[in-house]
Design a protein around this ligand. Structure first.
Ligand code: TMP
Length: 219
């Protein structure tokens, strides 16, 4: 039995959480087995690394090299893949993941896209989401949706506007130039939640159809 791996990507404030909540409700309604996880995170060790990734090292006098940061995210990812994502897929479940490798490719691109892809292949092999929704929009609009408390907790959410615009462009280019073989859906996330979800639903329904039709035994 093989499940389906869905990632939801986007800048902070793009509305990933509400999209994921609705996707969960849809899967429950359709009686499709699923799990929800997030990156960085998903396991005890990866959640520990999450704090380090988002907040940096306390009292560190210098700035971490983008490659160091990329390796930390990949370390957390290795844990999540091994303990959470792959077991769920092997058990025939849908995996909903709040962020995955495209976040590294977009946010840590200063480390070099080719190098980041090579790190991914070395650490996780040719393992990519089957379907990725990218919630795209103007970072200035998204930032208004983030509370100051959230912003203070996340060094990426509080990035300068030019860096957020670069990250946005990086994300869009990943979908345009297809960095991996999985499908991408580019979603306009500047509109209201119902309108955003309407763009997600067709892709999710095709996964639900696939899950309903797939043979119940064998891989
Ligand atoms: P979030 O999941 O609450 O948005 O927090 C995760 C933060 O970490 C977010 O600002 C994006 C950033 N991030 C990266 O920079 N690279 C990555 O590979 C991942 C998964 C997240």
């Amino acid at each position: 039995m093989k499940g389906q791996f869905i990632a939801v990507e986007g800048l902070g404030g793009s509305g990933k959480t509400s999209v994921l909540d609705r996707m969960e409700a849809q899967l429950q309604q359709a009686n499709v087995p699923y799990i929800r996880t997030r990156e960085p995170g998903g396991t005890f060790a990866a959640e520990y690394l999450r704090k380090l990734c988002r907040e940096g090292i306390p009292d560190n006098p210098g700035k971490l090299d983008p490659m160091t940061v990329a390796l930390l995210f990949n370390a957390a990812r290795a844990e999540n893949i091994k303990d959470v994502i792959k077991p769920a897929l092997q058990a025939g479940k849908v995996v909903l993941c709040d962020r995955f490798c495209d976040s590294t490719f977009a946010f840590q691109q200063e480390a070099g896209l080719k190098q980041l892809l090579n790190i991914h292949l070395a650490a996780h092999g040719d393992f990519f989401p089957d379907l990725t929704f990218l919630l795209d929009g103007d970072p200035a609009i998204f930032q208004k949706r983030i509370t100051p408390e959230e912003m203070a907790r996340d060094q990426f959410d509080s990035m300068a506007m030019d860096k957020l615009n670069t990250a946005r462009l990086n994300f869009v280019n990943l979908t345009k130039y297809r960095i991996h073989d999985g499908s991408y859906v580019l979603v306009n996330a500047e509109v209201n939640q119902d309108q955003v979800y309407a763009q997600v639903l067709p892709g999710l329904m095709s996964v639900i159809d696939f899950m309903k039709k797939r043979p119940k035994t064998g891989v």
